[in-house]
Ligand binder design. Structure first.
Ligand code: NAD
Length: 355
């Protein structure tokens, strides 16, 4: 990208520990570093075993385990978790798991101001952002609040060894989407471009290795490092059309998060392509190709990821409603967003046509 010397960059506070085994070996030290001695550990039902190991490692500093995280943080789940934190007399929260577990930890932090330690097990990147989300009556609200930004993040590549290949791929592409949209965000900057380029390079190099050998710990580490960079891009910029589309498809039509990002990204990128020459230059370098759009589309297909919204369960009759919803909201996007334009994009994504 050509250098633009006109930007605002706010670095996000927070510590990162990154090493295999860190969930168990580093979390107690992070709690101590933050002066915390009564931590409530939250996780989803599938991640309970790892969360229990973290809770055991915390020893007397663990005030309880709350294994009730679910997708999109229903508000009644948040109420129960806040109650559990209060009942346990917690002075901090440890969230172990994917974006859903970290989302529940953030919901507690939002209401109580308690500090949060995140131990991520997917590539969602939520641990690097001050963004929270809550679902009420079928609608998902999101907001930004520095209170919910984890004070400390413990990256343990061993935690991601159990991620099945399909989720590895879609979660990895979910991370890429943060980096891609950060490149053309209204509040992008040269620092963001650096992180985005390295994040895309590292993730797209790691994913084929993981599809071939899911137990490759070095590739797991590289993907998690990429997720960190991409998550940091998400945390520091304002997302555009791609994230609005995925938010609507997930929130209103119940489509799964990472899979939806995976299907939509090549189409959103194709839609914006005429207006984002700088971002495309970065992506060409990161992907080592003159055709970054085609390369992304080809990569997801080669790795066996879903390619159409139909496969994810969207009804064709919902395409028009989703288009209107996304076109009606005001938000920054490099190319103007029209209902017709979004409808054509979504129809192509619905069918899985080459973008
Ligand atoms: P998730 O946390 O719902 O996890 C998906 C599935 O994978 C779950 O069934 C979970 O139990 C399982 N899982 C997680 N880690 C695993 C592992 N290591 N091995 C095996 N199974 C594992 O999904 P996600 O994609 O990580 O997160 C999606 C949620 O996070 C959405 O609600 C999304 O809106 C939110 N999110 C928020 C932000 C933010 O900045 N606030 C950023 C990204 C995503």
């Amino acid at each position: 990208m050509t250098f633009s010397g006109d930007f605002t960059y706010e670095s996000r506070p927070g510590r990162v520990v990154f090493r295999p085994g860190a969930a168990v070996t580093a979390t107690p030290g992070e709690a101590e570093h933050l002066g915390l001695s009564r931590l409530l550990v939250v996780c989803g039902s599938r991640g309970e075993e790892v969360a229990r190991a973290v809770a055991d490692a915390l020893g007397d500093s663990c005030a309880g385990l709350h294994p009730e995280a679910r997708m999109h943080v229903p508000v009644e789940d948040a109420d129960r978790a806040v109650e559990a934190a209060r009942a346990a007399g917690a002075d901090g929260i440890v969230a172990v798991g994917g974006g859903s577990s970290i989302g529940l930890g953030k919901a507690i932090a939002l209401r109580t101001g308690l500090p949060l330690i995140a131990v991520p097990s997917t590539y969602s990147g939520s641990e690097m952002t001050p963004v929270w989300g809550l679902t009420e009556g079928g609608a998902k609200r999101t907001g930004r609040d520095p209170k919910v930004q984890p004070r400390s993040v413990v990256y343990d590549p061993e935690l991601t060894l159990s991620l099945p290949v399909p989720l590895t791929v879609t979660s990895g592409i979910n991370a890429l989407a943060h980096a891609v949209e950060a490149l053309y965000a209204p509040d992008t900057s040269p620092l963001i471009a650096l992180m985005a380029e390295e994040g895309v390079r590292a993730m797209t190099e790691a994913l084929p290795r993981l599809a071939a050998e899911p137990a490759d710990l070095e590739a797991r580490g590289q993907a998690l490092y990429a997720a960190w960079l991409c998550g940091a891009c998400l945390g520091s910029t304002t997302m555009g059309l791609h994230h609005k589309l995925c938010h609507a498809l997930g929130g209103t039509f119940g489509l799964p998060h990472a899979e939806t990002h995976t299907v939509v990204l090549p189409y959103a990128l194709a839609y914006n392509a005429p207006e984002i020459p700088g971002a495309l230059t970065v992506l060409r370098r990161a992907l080592g190709t003159d055709e970054p759009l085609h390369a992304l589309w080809e990569l997801t297909g080669r790795l066996g990821a879903p390619r159409s919204l139909a496969e994810l369960g969207l009804q064709e009759t919902d395409v028009a409603e989703a288009a209107v919803q996304v076109a009606e909201q005001p938000y920054a996007n490099p190319r103007s967003v029209t209902a017709d334009g979004v409808q054509a994009l979504l129809q192509a994504a619905f069918e899985g046509r080459q973008p």
